[in-house]
Design a binder for this molecule. Structure first.
Ligand code: SER
Length: 318
């Protein structure tokens, strides 16, 4: 029997594409999308949709019972840059939503949970290259603190209450369908938009700051694959390191120039540079590759080609 799925935060960058993919695979009526408002018109009109405030346990529970939900993907969160501007709000949303969903699983009202962690769990004392799965984690951002604490709680609920919670530490995710909001790694999306519209981009990250990144299709596949993996194969119940490629602003600009030779990049680092400077350059994700056969498809050239193609179409029709 196909399980019924609820996606919380479905209007967002990853939530929306995860919803589309799961609906293709499981059937539209088996995937309920939800968010705090109807901010993504296309998504809201693509199938069943409910308004849910992720901080409200009863709202989630009512929706779960109404639709007979078995599995929740909790994609609502304040990202790193926005969280620095609203620390209490980030703590409240990122933590209370996680407890709400973990508690539904503890009470056996649902069976399975996906919750995303992030490279934001790492800090300036973490080894920067090929960052290991188990290592020093002293995050300095509110976002990173919520993700690190969240990881500890996921593992705790798994060990003590037998909750089937699964998680990956997303790197920066690059996509064209839905704009991200409030992340540090979002420059790697803005740059493609500006390359098409203005042929130039002022980057808020310094030219040689290398960060781990991934194309959306890979991120969605990783998410669905870890959820489909056998229970016993998943040895890590905090969160798996997950990686594809790493690059600097200078390198992404070079790859754009191969297609748009007149493209120019300038640099004006702001507070987000301080966040980026504490994060790893590259990630060792061998545990994910071993335990549930993770592998990525897109390298930087593939991403640049796809982003420029899709965004050119988007801007020429609008
Ligand atoms: N992409 C996220 C951010 O920049 C990191 O998980 O906040």
């Amino acid at each position: 029997m196909i399980s019924k799925v609820l996606i919380i935060g479905a209007c967002g960058q990853i939530g929306s594409e995860l919803t589309y993919k799961l609906r293709l695979e499981n059937g539209v009526e088996n995937v309920i999308a939800s968010d705090i408002n109807e901010s993504n018109f296309e998504l809201v009109n693509s199938g069943p949709f409910e308004i849910i405030d992720a901080k409200n346990y009863n709202q989630i529970k009512r929706c779960v019972e109404k639709h007979n939900i078995d599995t929740i993907y909790l994609m609502a969160a304040l990202l790193s840059a926005k969280a620095e501007q609203h620390p209490k709000m980030a703590w409240s949303l990122n933590m209370s939503s996680l407890f709400n969903v973990l508690d539904l699983a503890k009470e056996k009202i649902i069976n399975k949970v996906f919750w995303p962690s992030s490279i934001g769990v790492f800090g300036s004392t973490t080894p920067k290259s090929s960052t290991p799965q188990h290592t020093i984690m002293e995050p300095t951002t509110v976002y990173g603190i919520t993700k690190q604490v969240g990881e500890r709680w996921c593992e705790y609920y798994n060990k003590n209450y037998d909750v089937d919670v699964r998680s990956v530490r997303y790197p920066g995710i690059i996509s064209w369908k839905t704009l991200p909001g409030g992340g540090t790694t979002d420059y790697a999306i803005e740059i493609y938009h500006k390359a098409i519209t203005d042929k130039k981009y002022e980057c808020y990250i310094a030219e040689d700051t290398e960060l781990p990144m991934m194309f959306m299709d890979d991120a969605v596949n990783a998410t669905i694959n870890i959820m489909n993996a056998d229970y016993a194969s998943l040895k890590i119940r905090s969160s798996y390191n997950l990686a594809a490629i790493s690059f600097t602003p200078k390198q992404i600009a070079e790859s754009i120039k191969k297609h748009i030779p007149e493209f120019e990049i300038t640099y004006n680092p702001d507070f987000r540079q301080h966040i980026a400077a504490t994060w790893p350059k590259s990630i060792d994700d061998s545990k994910a590759r071993q335990d549930w056969n993770w592998c990525h498809d897109y390298n930087l050239e593939d991403i640049t080609k796809e982003m420029l193609k899709q965004l050119s179409n988007m801007y020429s029709v609008s």
